[in-house]
Each structure stands twice: as C-alpha cells, then as structure tokens.
Ligand binder design. Structure first.
Ligand SMILES: CCCCCCCC(=O)SCCNC(=O)CCNC(=O)[C@H](O)C(C)(C)COP(=O)(O)OP(=O)(O)OC[C@H]1O[C@@H](n2cnc3c(N)ncnc32)[C@H](O)[C@@H]1OP(=O)(O)O
Ligand SMILES: Cc1cc2nc3c(=O)[nH]c(=O)nc-3n(C[C@H](O)[C@H](O)[C@H](O)COP(=O)(O)OP(=O)(O)OC[C@H]3O[C@@H](n4cnc5c(N)ncnc54)[C@H](O)[C@@H]3O)c2cc1C
Length: 678
C-alpha cells in the first residue's frame, strides 16, 4: 500500500473493497517477489520521510535557474542517502552492467522521477558515463577510473556525442582528436560552430568530466569515431579548464532539471591512456589497432535503447494510475437520468481511454524483461569473443521497440492526461513532466524514424534470406510462414497471427519497393530513401507482431510458474486486451493484408468491450498493485487517498502568486493602464 489509508475518498475505498483481486498479491508479482517489494518500500520510506527532500514550492513555479539549483541541492542529498542505503544492503557490491541497471531502475523508475519531476543532471553520470566506461574501458582503465567514478570521487561525468550539426548521422560528427606521438597525447578540437557538442545531460554546469566521441586522426589518417575521457572543469574550483567553452543550452519542453549543455574544445590535450581502448588502441608510437569490431563502440547506445522501454512504461503506468484513481473519484453526468452522476470510469468511452493503457504498460514490461535478458545473454557472449551473430537481431529489436514504445507511451500518457479533463492540464496533476520525459525518449538515443529504418534494414535482409530458405533468427521466424490467416476460436491468437502476416506483407512491400527503384537504376541508398514509408511501416508492424506474440508467450510461461490464480486471471485479461487493442488500432494495415469478415471484426470488438467490463471492477486494485508511492506520482489527481479537490486547492494556495493579496504589478501597470496613464 502506498500511503496511509485514513480518510480515503469513499468511492475509491469502495472500489478497493469491491475488487476481486488482491492488490498486494499483484504488487508482489509486479515487483518480482515479496523481498524486492519490501526492499523498495523500505527504501521509499527511508528517502521520502526525510523532510530535507521535501520541496517548498512546486517545481513548475520556479525559474529555470532556481530549478537547477534546487535540483542540485536535493539530488546531492538524495544520492548520498541512496548510497548509504545501498552499501548497507549490499556490502559486497561490485559495479557491473547488471548492478548499474538495478541502480538506474531505483533512480529513474521509482525514486528519481519522484524527487525530480524533470529528472536531474547526475543521471547521465550514473547511466551513460559509467556504462561507457565499463563497456569501452580496458582493465587498466577500469582499475584507474571506475571506483572513483562510481563513488563520484572528484568525478561527475556525462556522455558527449551529439553536436549542434549532427545527432543522428554520427559518422558526420566533426569533433577531432589528433594523436601527437611526441607527447603521447591526443589534441581535441571543435573545428566549427556545428561541431559544438550539444545536448549532453549535466554538461552545462554540473559535470567536470565527459566522454567525448571524436573522429580520431593519427598522422593525418582517419580511424573513425573513438571515445575519449576529457576533464572539462577543475576538480577543486569547478572553473572550466583552458580551451573549454561550456554552458547550458536552455529551457526545454520537458526534463528541465537536467542541465543539458554545450561544449567547445580548443587544443585540449589529454594523455594517450584517456582514449577508452577496449575496442581499438593507439599504441605510443601511433600505431592504430582495431582489436574488436568497430560496431561495439555503439554498445552504450544499445544498452540505453534496451532500458528505455522500461523507463517509458513506468511513465505510462504512473499516468494510468493517476487517471484511474481520478476516474473513480470524479463524477460527471448521470448515465440513467433518474440516477446520480456516475464515476467517469463508468462511461465506456472513459474505459477505452484508460484500461488499454494499463494493459499496454504491463505487456511492455513483459517485452522489456525479455529484451533485457536477451541483451544480457549477448553481452555475456561478447565478453568471451562470441555473440557477434546475435548483434543484428538485438540491434533491430532494441531499435523498433524503443521507437514504438516511446511513441505509443507518449501518446498514451497524453490520452490519459486528456481523460482527466481540465484538471489533467494542471502541472500539479503531473502529466506534463511525465509526458515531457517520455516524449524526450522518442528523440534521444536514436530518433524514432531513424531507428525504425535500422530495424527495417534487418527485416528486408531476413526476408530475402527467407526466400533463400536460410535459418532465421527467432524473432523473425514468422517471415517464412506464408500461410494465410486461419481463423480459429482463440481471438487473441487470431489477432497475433494477423499482425504477423501484416508485418510479413509490409516487409515484402518494402522489399518490392526497393527492388522497383533499383530496377530504375537508382542507387541502393536512393531506393531506400524512396521506400522510406514502406520500410518504416514494416518496422512498426514488426514491433506490434513481436509485442503481441511475446505477451502471449510470456503469459504461458508465467502460468507454468508460480502465479497465483488471481494474478494469472487478471494478467490473462490484460494480455488479451493488449493484443486485441493493438489489432484494432492497426485495423487499416491488418485488413489490408488479411481477409477478415465484418462479423469476425465485430467479434473482436465485442470481446474487446467485454474485457473492458471484466477489468473495470479491478482497475483500482490493479494500479494500486503497481505500487507507486504518492511522492513518485507527484499528482494532485492520483494520490492513494483520492482526496483530489482538497489537494488541488491546497496546491493552488501554495502557488507563489497567492502569497500576497495584491501583486505589485497592480500599482505599477494595471492601475496606470486603467487610469489612462500608461
Ligand atoms: C539514461 C537516460 C538518458 C539518456 C539521454 C540520451 C543520451 C543520448 O541521446 S546519447 C546520443 C545517442 N545518439 C544516437 O542514438 C544516434 C543515432 N544514430 C545512430 O545510432 C547511427 O548513426 C545509425 C545507427 C543511425 C547509423 O549508423 P552508421 O554507422 O551510419 O551505420 P549504418 O551505415 O546505418 O549501419 C552500419 C551497420 O551497423 C549496424 N548498426 C548500426 N548501429 C548498430 C548498433 N547499435 N548495434 C549493432 N549494429 C548496428 C547497422 O544495422 C548496419 O548493419 P548492416 O550494414 O549489416 O546493415
Ligand atoms: C532530452 C534529450 C537529451 C539528450 N541527451 C543527450 C546526451 O546526453 N548526449 C548526447 O550525446 N546526445 C543527447 N541528446 C541528443 C539526441 O541523441 C539526438 O537529438 C537524437 O539522436 C536525434 O538526433 P538529431 O537531434 O540530430 O535529429 P535529426 O537527425 O536532425 O532529426 C530531425 C529529423 O530528420 C529526420 N532524419 C534524420 N536523419 C534521417 C534519415 N537518415 N532518414 C530519415 N529521416 C532522417 C528525423 O527522422 C527527424 O524527423 C539528447 C536529446 C534530447 C532531446
């Protein structure tokens, strides 16, 4: 349970009593077991009960500079607490990609967003800086830097790849690192305005070190992009070091606590051993050695894409929790004129807005866990020199799931915001910051369309392999199955199969489009460009086919384990709702590629509506089971006690504009204007 159950709104209390599932039972499963649930709750108590971490004013009421300063004050205290707690619970802790992920889940999934609704500048240190160090550093480099970096002992880092002129096309990055064999140093330069690093989180005023991605030149010869560890601010004074031009890029649509920055480098010298050399080495005399495949440089990007699905599903489910609780507290319009006004969740159109988002969040979680396990397996194999053959499949899946997941989660969050009517538009409802974070993820770490095109490239290749009867990776085996849809009794199975057929046909269409353009003597790249609509459609269809098939398979797998009958039943309803919802939302494409009759479609729709009715009584218990603490939700509309109107009014009264009866602009401007004296 998230918070005290005293004086809970009566409608919300009634929902809890009437549920057929036990939210605690669901929460245990969702958290991965009772130990994990209890551990997280004890951490939340430890952090949230600290009055020093309370904020006096809602962050939206602060100026940009005040917000940054408040974020730093609170995030440093928070990190210190988190570290204390972590070392008391895990004295044997050692840094690994796995442990970083756990730590990140704590930070971003639950606590980080709770305390810093617009995220915070140290997040990049804990995510991309440490991950890149771990993934790209040699043993000696890890020995030298990792422990200090982990403890932030004189080091606050970030990851500077994107430039003003290039984010997507990273081969076009302009920052240079020239090797000087005499001094055994690299000399880093920003050759033009468009080469300024632009965007890295925490770079503006917070980080004193960064990993810089730069084009390596040795004796004038180009050796591609490489990562360099560069100190940008003095460890003691925090002044920018000579040759460093650094600052914050300004307010954004969301994530305004992150301190995204710019960076110019003028003849900045770093020792040779500060190029991260796990993949490629520059020997003292300037000999370049490409030890491991150059693609492994992109490892951090794969890692962040893999974990982004999990980040955004948390945002989606936070929004769904807020909207669900609000929808049973809010009463508007009677359905039957002789009866009182109903809870808005009783309007079926409201159920259509809210319940499929819960189902989507849960099924994204099944996919995110699957993807993480796949990633971890590949990473383990790569460490022993194997695993190369799985990289294209991992890259293709992580790209389309990140793209489609961030797109649909942002869309879902906005729909949930709208489902709360006018109150949903208030910053105190917190949809703005949840949406801001989710929609940022649509762009960062690989822009949506660009990632879809990466997946499509893989799909078309697999499709041509299927024509040659080659063995296909497991996530695309359906590309070989040319059988038509065989309508059966199991509607979810019909839907999943129809989505696979759509994905196959979209891929075939993309391949045909490319071939047609190639026959007109266009280059491969031109043909790809002209086939962009078909290619992206194939990648989206593949993501839907994967997500629905995975949800059905994971449900079966989980049911073979130790799910309680209640959780098993509700999970079954959620998976079925997700599959049918995905099918119905893709109806255009599905009907294009499958012969489905009007009455078959009507069956799907009827079952979809039935599922809404079946899930409706458990909606509150379900979102309670996600177990978001009130501080995590940060919402006047979504708190556990459902005291929406009291909270809305209290938050309005806390607003700085209400701290004085008459604002100074009355005398300075309004009154003179009314007296014609302005
Ligand atoms: C933690 C939360 C906070 C996070 C904050 C956000 C931080 C950031 O945003 S950091 C910056 C992230 N930036 C990006 O993601 C940039 C996106 N761009 C790219 O990844 C690349 O430029 C990309 C993939 C579009 C094109 O790369 P490029 O080297 O030109 O490759 P391209 O010619 O398309 O592909 C070459 C081959 O590599 C493969 N490939 C590309 N990337 C990868 C990868 N990551 N893994 C495996 N294979 C890959 C391609 O599939 C292709 O294979 P093939 O030739 O067999 O078809
Ligand atoms: C909140 C946030 C945080 C970030 N944090 C970091 C960070 O910490 N470190 C860092 O290095 N970077 C960071 N970035 C940068 C981020 O990775 C890039 O913005 C992202 O990769 C997109 O690149 P771009 O901005 O160049 O977009 P562009 O590529 O310029 O995209 C603009 C449009 O062009 C289209 N387009 C571009 N190329 C193609 C193509 N080949 N085919 C078809 N269409 C194309 C896109 O689809 C899009 O519609 C961050 C960005 C944001 C928004």
């Amino acid at each position: 349970m998230s918070s005290s159950s005293s004086s809970v709104n009566v409608d919300l209390a009634r929902e809890r009593q009437g549920a057929s599932i036990d939210s605690e039972d669901f929460a245990r499963w969702w958290a991965g077991g009772s130990d994990k649930l209890e551990e997280r709750r004890s951490l939340e108590r430890y952090v949230f009960e600290d009055a020093e971490l309370e904020e006096a004013v809602h962050p939206s009421c602060l100026s940009y500079k005040e917000r940054y300063e408040q974020t730093i004050v609170r995030s440093t205290k928070f990190l210190a607490k988190l570290r204390q707690w972590h070392s008391s619970k895990h004295p044997q802790f050692s840094v690994s990609v796995d442990s970083l992920r756990e730590f990140r889940v704590l930070l971003s999934g639950q606590l980080g967003t709770a305390l810093f609704q617009q995220s915070f500048p140290l997040r990049l240190h804990l995510s991309m800086f440490l991950t890149t160090l771990l993934g790209q550093g040699t043993d000696e480099q890890l020995h030298k830097w990792l422990s200090r970096a982990w403890h932030m002992d004189g080091i606050i880092g970030t990851y500077a790849q994107t430039e003003l002129g290039h984010g997507t096309y990273i081969r076009g990055l302009e920052t240079r690192a020239d090797y000087d064999a005499e001094s055994e140093e690299f000399v880093l330069n920003t050759p033009s305005l468009s080469a300024y690093k632009w965007w890295p989180g925490g770079l503006g005023n917070t980080a004193n070190m960064t990993i810089v991605l730069a084009q390596l030149y040795v004796k004038g010869r180009h050796h591609g992009l490489q990562p360099f560890l560069v100190r940008i601010r003095d460890e003691e004074t925090h002044q920018p070091l000579p040759g460093i031009d650094v600052g914050d890029i300004g307010p954004k649509l969301g994530g305004n606590g992150v301190n995204n920055g710019f960076l110019g480098l003028r003849n900045v010298r770093i020792p040779r051993d500060q190029m991260l050399m796990k993949n490629a080495q520059v020997l003292p005399d300037g000999t370049f050695v490409q030890g491991r495949p150059p693609l492994l440089l992109y490892g951090t990007m794969v890692y962040v894409r893999v974990i982004t699905l999990r980040d955004v599903l948390h945002g989606l489910l936070q929004a769904a929790t807020i909207a669900t609780r609000y929808s049973v507290v809010r009463r508007q319009s009677p359905i039957d004129e002789s009866q009182p006004e109903v809870q808005i969740l009783d309007h079926i159109t409201q159920q259509v807005k809210v319940l499929p988002q819960i189902a989507r969040g849960v099924c994204y979680r099944l996919a995110a866990d699957w993807l993480w396990n796949f990633y971890a397996r590949v990473l383990e194999q790569l460490e022993v020199g194997a695993g190369q053959h799985s990289l294209p499949e991992l890259h293709a899946l992580s790209c389309c799931l990140k793209a489609v997941g961030t797109d649909e989660a942002s869309e879902g969050i906005d729909l949930l915001r709208k489902s709360c009517g006018g109150h949903g538009f208030l910053s105190s409802a917190n949809f703005d910051s949840i949406y801001g974070m989710a929609t940022a993820a649509y762009t960062y770490e690989g822009e949506y369309t660009v990632l879809l095109l990466q997946t499509a490239r893989f799909l078309v290749r697999q499709y041509t392999d299927s024509l040659k009867r080659k063995v296909l990776p497991v996530s695309v085996t359906y590309l070989r199955n040319t059988a038509r849809l065989n309508w059966g009794k199991n509607l979810a199975e019909n839907a999943a199969r129809a989505l696979e057929i759509s994905a196959l046909e979209q891929t075939r269409l993309a391949w045909q489009s490319q071939s047609m353009h190639r026959q007109r003597k266009l280059s491969e790249q031109q043909a790809n460009n002209l086939s962009g609509r078909q290619l992206t459609a194939a990648a989206i269809a593949h993501a839907h086919a994967f997500l629905t098939r995975n949800a059905l398979q994971e449900l079966e797998r989980l049911r073979r384990g130790s799910l309680s009958p209640q959780v098993s039943a509700v999970l079954g309803q959620l998976v079925e709702l997700f599959v049918l919802d995905t099918f119905l939302r893709q109806a255009g494409s599905v009907l294009r590629w499958n012969s489905i009759t009007g009455s078959q479609l009507r069956l799907m729709e009827r079952r979809f509506e039935q599922l809404l009715a079946e899930l409706r009584p458990n909606a509150v218990a379900l979102v309670d089971g996600f177990d978001f603490h009130d501080r995590t939700l940060g919402s006047t509309l979504g708190s556990y006690d459902g005291r929406v109107y009291e909270r809305l009014m209290a938050e309005a009264r806390r607003n700085p504009l209400n701290q004085e009866p008459v604002n100074a602009t009355f005398r300075s401007h309004l009154q003179p204007m009314m007296r014609g004296k302005l």
